[in-house]
Design a protein around this ligand. Structure first.
Ligand code: MAN
Length: 549
C-alpha cells in the first residue's frame, strides 16, 4: 500500500489548530441561548433535503437526508403486499422496514443504513452523513457528530451537520476561497520541489550511468588482465625448459671459472686414491698369504685373531666411492671443455681448494648441477652445441624471476579489480527507490539540533546523536529510511531509527521522537518524495484559518 503523502504545511497547521477551540466555544454559547422547536427541525430537514437531492431523484422518491445524490437510488421504496411502501436494510435485505422507518431516529438495520441522517445507530466508519458543501467539495461526516452543536466546517462547510440545531451558517464560499489559496501555494511549493526532485533524478541517473560505465570498464580491464595472465602463464609453461636451462646456465656461469680447477683437483685426488689403493692391495695380498699359509694347529692367539679380522674385512669391503668419483669426474671433464668453449669471462682461479671440500662439493651439489647442465647441453642440436651462442638461441623475452613477478603482480591486480567490481555490482543492485533517487543524495548529510541533542543524518550512511551512532542505513521502504545496528542502549537494545520522509523543497530535520527507548522516529523534509498531489490529498492536508471566517 502506498503511504499517504505528507506535505510541509507546519505554519498553516499551527494557525488552524489555535482557532479550533474558539469556534467550538462560540458554537456552544450559541446552543445555550437558542431553543429548538421540532417544527424548526423539520424545516431544517426539508431545506437540507431540497439541497441534497437533485430534482430527478426527488420525482421518484422523497430525498433521503445524509445520502449522496449518487446513492439516493439505494433508498428507492418498494411496494409491500398490501400496497404500502417498504424498504430493505442495505447489508441485510431480509430485514424489511416500512419506508417511513428511514431516518426516524431509531436504529433498525444492523449496518445503520436506515439512519443515514441521524445519529441513532452505532458508529460505522463505512456509513457517514453526506454534506453537499455547494461551492466547495462535498464531505462525509461521522453520524455521531450530527447536531451536537459543533460546526464541523472542516468537513461540512455548509453547516449541514447541524441541520437541526441550525447553529452553523454556510461558510463554504469563505472556506473554498481559503482552500483555493492553499491549493495554489501547495501547487507552487510542489512545483518547486518537483523541479528540485527532477534535478536529483537526473543526478541519480548520471551517477548510475557513471557507475555502470565504470563497472563495464572494470569488467573489460579484468577480461584483458585475465587474458594477459593466461598468455603469460602459457608462455612461461612453454619456455619452462629453456627457463630451467637458464637457471642451470646461471649456475653454470658461476661455476665455469672453477670447473677446470675442480676437474684437475678431482684427477689428483683420484691419483692419490689409486696409490693408496695399490698399497692396500699389496697389504691385502700379504695378509691373504697369511690366511692361506698359517698353521691353524699352532695355538697363536694373535695370528688367529688377525686372520679372522682380515676375513671379516674382506667380506665387508666397499668399492663404490671410486666409481662415484670417476663418474663425477667424467661429467666435470665434459663441463670443463664446454666452459672453455662458451665462457667469455676470464678464468678466475679460486684461492684455496681443500681436497675435503672438493669431495663434499662434488658429491653433494656440483654433480647435481653439472648433470643438469650437461643434460641440457646434450639435448641441443650438434651445431648449436658448438655455437658460442648456445643458450641465446631460444632465449625467452623474460627471465623466470620476471615471469614470476609479473604473474604475481597480475594476480594481485585481478583480485583488486574483482573486489572493486563486486562493490559496484552490490551498489548498483541496491534499492535506491524509484528512479534511483536516493543515489543523488547518498553522500549528503542533514544536520540539526532538536531538543538537547545534535543530530547528523546521512541518507544512505548513518545517523548520529551527539556523535553516538543511532543506526546505519539498511533500506528505503514505504517512503521511510530505515537505520539499524546503532550503539547499544544502556540496559536496552541497539539503537535504531525510522525516518519518515515528508515532501518539501529543502532537506531539513523536522522532528525526532523516541516512541520506545532507543528506537527513534524522525521526520525529514526532503524533495525526494514529492509527487503531484491530488485534490483529495490537498484537501486532507488543508486546515481552515478560522480567524478569517
Ligand atoms: C542517551 C540518548 C537517549 C537515550 C538514552 C538511553 O541519553 O541516546 O536518546 O534514550 O541514552 O539511555
Amino acid at each position: 500500500m502506498i503511504p499517504p503523502l505528507k506535505l510541509w504545511t507546519a505554519a498553516i497547521v499551527l494557525l488552524a489548530n489555535s482557532n479550533i477551540l474558539s469556534v467550538k466555544v462560540n458554537a456552544e454559547s450559541q446552543s445555550e441561548s437558542s431553543s429548538e422547536s421540532s417544527s424548526e427541525a423539520v424545516q431544517a430537514v426539508s431545506e437540507v433535503v431540497s439541497e441534497v437531492v437533485p430534482e430527478t431523484a426527488a420525482e421518484s422518491h422523497p430525498a433521503i437526508i445524509g445520502v449522496s445524490p449518487e446513492d439516493q437510488d439505494l433508498y428507492k421504496p418498494a411496494t409491500g403486499l398490501n400496497g404500502q411502501k417498504i424498504w430493505r436494510c442495505l447489508s441485510d435485505p431480509s430485514i424489511v422496514l416500512s419506508y417511513d422507518q428511514i431516518n426516524d431516529d431509531y436504529c433498525d438495520c444492523p449496518d445503520g443504513s436506515d439512519e443515514p441522517g441521524t445519529n441513532a445507530c452505532p458508529y460505522n466508519p463505512e456509513r457517514k452523513f453526506y454534506c453537499r458543501n455547494e461551492g466547495h467539495i462535498p464531505g462525509h461526516i461521522e453520524n455521531y457528530k450530527l447536531n451536537d452543536g459543533v460546526c464541523d466546517y472542516d468537513i461540512c462547510c455548509d453547516g449541514s451537520d447541524e441541520y437541526i440545531t441550525g447553529k452553523c451558517e454556510n461558510k463554504c464560499p469563505q472556506i473554498h476561497q481559503q482552500f483555493e489559496e492553499y491549493k495554489k501555494s501547495v501547487n507552487k511549493d510542489i512545483e518547486k520541489s518537483l523541479q528540485i526532485k527532477q534535478q536529483l533524478i537526473e543526478e541519480a541517473q548520471a551517477k548510475r550511468k557513471s557507475s555502470e560505465d565504470t563497472l563495464n570498464e572494470l569488467k573489460e580491464t579484468l577480461a584483458k588482465k585475465k587474458a594477459e595472465l593466461e598468455r603469460l602463464k602459457k608462455e612461461f609453461e612453454e619456455n619452462k625448459d629453456v627457463l630451467e636451462g637458464e637457471v642451470a646456465e646461471s649456475v653454470f656461469d658461476e661455476l665455469s671459472p672453477h670447473i677446470e680447477e675442480l676437474s684437475s683437483s678431482v684427477r689428483s685426488y683420484e691419483k692419490k686414491l689409486e696409490t693408496q689403493e695399490s698399497k692396500i692391495l699389496h697389504l691385502e695380498k700379504i695378509l691373504n698369504g697369511l690366511v692361506q699359509h698359517y698353521n691353524p694347529n699352532f695355538n697363536d692367539a694373535a695370528v688367529k685373531d688377525s686372520v679372522s679380522k682380515f676375513q671379516e674385512y674382506i667380506s665387508n669391503k666397499e668399492v663404490e666411492v671410486g666409481e662415484e668419483l670417476s663418474e663425477t669426474h667424467k661429467v666435470l671433464e665434459v663441463l670443463a671443455k664446454k666452459s672453455k668453449s662458451i665462457s667469455c669471462t676470464p678464468y678466475d682461479r679460486p684461492d684455496v681448494i681443500e681436497p675435503q671440500t672438493i669431495k663434499s662439493l662434488l658429491q653433494q651439489r656440483f654433480t647435481f648441477y653439472a648433470q643438469l647442465i650437461l643434460a641440457n647441453f646434450l639435448q641441443k642440436p650438434a651445431d648449436a652445441r658448438e655455437s658460442s651462442a648456445l643458450f641465446e638461441e631460444k632465449k625467452p623475452a623474460k627471465s623466470a624471476t620476471e615471469y614470476n613477478e609479473e604473474i604475481e603482480s597480475l594476480e594481485k591486480e585481478i583480485k583488486s579489480i574483482e573486489s572493486e567490481i563486486s562493490i559496484y555490482e552490490e551498489d548498483l543492485a541496491k534499492d535506491y527507490g524509484a528512479k534511483d533517487i536516493l543515489r543523488a543524495v547518498a553522500s549528503k548529510r542533514v544536520n540539526g539540533k532538536i531538543g538537547e541533542y545534535s543530530y547528523s543524518l546521512g541518507f544512505t550512511d548513518s545517523i548520529s546523536q551527539d556523535g553516538v551512532l543511532i543506526g546505519s542505513f539498511v533500506e528505503f521502504k514505504d517512503n521511510k529510511l530505515i537505520y539499524k545496528h546503532g550503539a547499544k542502549c544502556w540496559n536496552g537494545p541497539s539503537r535504531s531509527a525510522d525516518v519518515e520522509l515528508i515532501c518539501g523543497p529543502q532537506n531539513k530535520l523536522l522532528t525526532v521522537s523516541e516512541p520506545e527507548k532507543c528506537e527513534y522516529l524522525f521526520e525529514l523534509i526532503t524533495p525526494i518524495v514529492c509527487e503531484n498531489f491530488t485534490e483529495e490529498e490537498i484537501l486532507a492536508n488543508f486546515k481552515i484559518d478560522y480567524n478569517r471566517l
